[in-house]
Ligand binder design. Sequence first.
Ligand SMILES: Nc1ncnc2c1ncn2[C@@H]1O[C@H](COP(=O)(O)OP(=O)(O)OP(=O)(O)O)[C@@H](O)[C@H]1O
Length: 459
Amino acid sequence: MSSEVAISVGNLSKVYRIYNKPEHRLVQMATLGRIRPFKEFAALHDVSLEVKRGETIGIIGRNGCGKSTLLQIICGTLQPTQGSVKVRGRIAALLELGAGFSGEFTGRENVYMNGAILGFSREEMDARFDQIAQFAGIGEFIERPVKTYSSGMYVRLAFAVATAVEPDILIVDEALAVGDEAFQRKCYARIEAIKERGGTILFVSHGAQTIVQLCDRAILLDAGEKLLEGEPKAVVNQYQRLISASLEDQKRYRQEIKSGLAIGATTSPKGETTASFWQKDESRQEEDKTSSHNYDSFDENLRSESIVEYTINGAQIKNIRILDESGNAVNSISFGRPYRYQYDVEFLESAENAGFGMAIRDTSGLHLFGQSSGEIGKGKKFNKGEKLIVTFPFLNLLSPGLYYCNAGVGKYEDGEVMYAHRIVDGFVFRVHQFGADLLCSSTINLKAGPVSVDQHAEI
Ligand SMILES: Nc1ncnc2c1ncn2[C@@H]1O[C@H](COP(=O)(O)OP(=O)(O)OP(=O)(O)O)[C@@H](O)[C@H]1O
């Protein structure tokens, strides 16, 4: 293993044996394995991955997809059925609650025991103890048995120990979700500090935002298999599409993701690209370019390369766009000016209680703003064939930079809220620098106007 690599996992598989009754284990032992009264369940199948020193990798996937199993094998607390794991450096792990501490011992005693397991002497832990207790912030509970702790207190102490011992590799399994918001912020700051000093971090989370914000690379696990590995935002987009798909579509998506078809698929089902709408507006763009009132324009080269389109489920969103005050299509816009974010919707089936939404995210995937036409479930009925233009007016107070827009049509059917159609990162726009410098460009905000949904025959 090269010295640049901190973790190397090769063709890892884990098969659990599931016994219907505890005594079946005895039967197996008594018959020297001739009777095998168990079923086998493959929790991991042929997973390989490599984490370089200094990288932060996020693992995302549905419940039961094998994330914890993978981390436990990497930490050495679980044996694989097949495959290899090589680790270079000292690992500190925050695995699921209950692992790591002994309930009968006090917090203080557990801190010292954990330190000893990681190879620290009593003196070395003495030097760190006050800092650990202060970070955990659990007051006099540090002198009480850990079994009396709330889950939040437990995580506070576990995180304080795991990060105070300056690990080369930090492995965190969703644990932070238990702490309160202020503590989570403290933890993320500490994770950032570990990253900055070149530590390697392996991070499991269901939180798409966390993965996008913290990680250099993400891995999507599904049913024990590594489906995708890559840039966090692209991986998270596919994960979100997968978890909100019907069982039937999930199979197809898995195939698409595995074969690489799902990434950067920018074509809508009818073969129209999002850019085709804009080509219709070329004459208007020309007019706009000649007008002297602003620097707004439409940049043909600025296209979203991370579009993820959900299955059409009764409606279709088309032609996502931003229009300036005069109705010109723009994707390079000014600070402080009013615009309309717009898309067309055609209902392919009638839908009760439909609603329309949008969201804006920055390049890291951070959700900045979202708006909807109203609560889904209290919306109108729309008939098959009905065509609409959905408009979200806004005053642009976003700082210069690139932003990605989502569009979604929701409906309420059989007591369930679902997407009739959704496009993630369907449109990208730039807030340009011209004229923004003098304004307060640190504001990350939009001033939204009332959403309108207009019937339209020609879309
Ligand atoms: N000791 C065990 N015996 C049998 N099956 C197990 C055992 N531990 C885990 N499993 C099964 O293996 C699969 C993977 O479990 P794992 O805990 O790794 O998933 P996960 O992705 O971490 O799930 P979650 O997001 O819910 O924490 C699940 O279907 C789980 O039921």
